[in-house]
Design a binder for this molecule. Structure first.
Ligand code: ADP
Ligand code: ADP
Length: 228
């Protein structure tokens, strides 16, 4: 489902963020990406949904060879990938309902299907009662739950989360992790870049550690491995 062979990424300013990345992630896995700040974690996950283009090597995502992917086909790649960010990236003027429905409306679903599916995912993240609120009226944890609902509303094969608990307090972070585990239990691949030692060492999953642009460790039930 994700295959990277000898992948390198050099940004236009000359900074080499990743070198010689070889990686294989199967459908249904739960994978943490860990490492110090500036190691290349965001670049690594960003290449999985073509937020960032790799410079050389090969990447295959859900059977799509990114070296052959035309720009106009990028939305097709992203349709199968839900993305969750540290800062939520909700649309501030839209309600919770509309923020989630928006992701389906661009796919030209029928209004009836949209409503059914939006209410299903709001139920999963336990926010049905906040459907008419705007993001500013919600706590950080609630906003992150909306962004998770938006990410999965289209039944993606995989979910990519870049520091999803980075702005949340510990209790709220555990709630978010529980939702990720439920999503993963239904067969969705979850890839999560994180700085949370507590989470990685408690909810044990595969750990891929990146340092100075290289994979230095890949363990099936790994530990965080850094002090902070
Ligand atoms: P991490 O997510 O582990 O903190 P990043 O992937 O954000 O690491 O960054 C890896 C390296 O690439 C760093 O040296 C960073 O400064 C550099 N970098 C990240 N994004 C850009 C960019 N858009 N342009 C130039 N350099 C970048
Ligand atoms: P109920 O029938 O119990 O009111 P609904 O499933 O109709 O529940 O809606 C639940 C919540 O979602 C309500 O707050 C409702 O206002 C909101 N909602 C439903 N459809 C829309 C929509 N198209 N736009 C905005 N909010 C909606």
């Amino acid at each position: 489902m994700i295959e990277m062979k000898d992948v390198n990424k050099t940004y236009p300013n000359g900074v080499t963020a990743l070198q010689g990345i070889d990686l294989s992630i199967a459908q249904g896995e739960f994978v943490y990406i860990v490492g110090p700040s500036g190691a290349g974690k965001s670049t690594l996950v960003g290449m999985m949904f073509r937020e960032e283009k790799h410079t050389s090597g090969s990447i295959t995502i859900n059977g799509i060879d990114l070296n052959k992917l035309k720009e106009r086909k990028v939305p097709q790649l992203r349709r199968n990938i839900g993305v969750v960010y540290q800062d939520f990236k909700l649309l501030p003027r839209l309600t919770v309902y509309e923020n989630i429905a928006f992701a389906l409306e661009v796919l030209e679903e029928s209004p009836k299907n949209i409503k059914k599916r939006v209410m299903e995912v709001l139920d999963l993240v336990k926010l049905k009662n906040k459907a008419r609120h705007i993001p500013d009226q919600l706590s950080g944890g609630e906003q992150q739950r909306v962004s998770i609902a938006r990410a999965i509303v289209n039944h993606p094969k995989m979910m990519i989360a870049d520091e999803p608990t980075g702005n949340l307090d510990p209790d709220t972070s555990w709630d978010i992790m529980q939702i990720f585990e439920e999503i993963n239990a239904k067969g969705t691949t979850v890839i999560m870049a994180t700085h949370s030692k507590e989470i990685v060492n408690t909810i044990r999953k595969r750990v891929i550690a990146v340092e100075s642009g290289r994979i230095v460790r890949d363990e099936s039930r790994g530990e965080y491995g850094y002090e902070i």
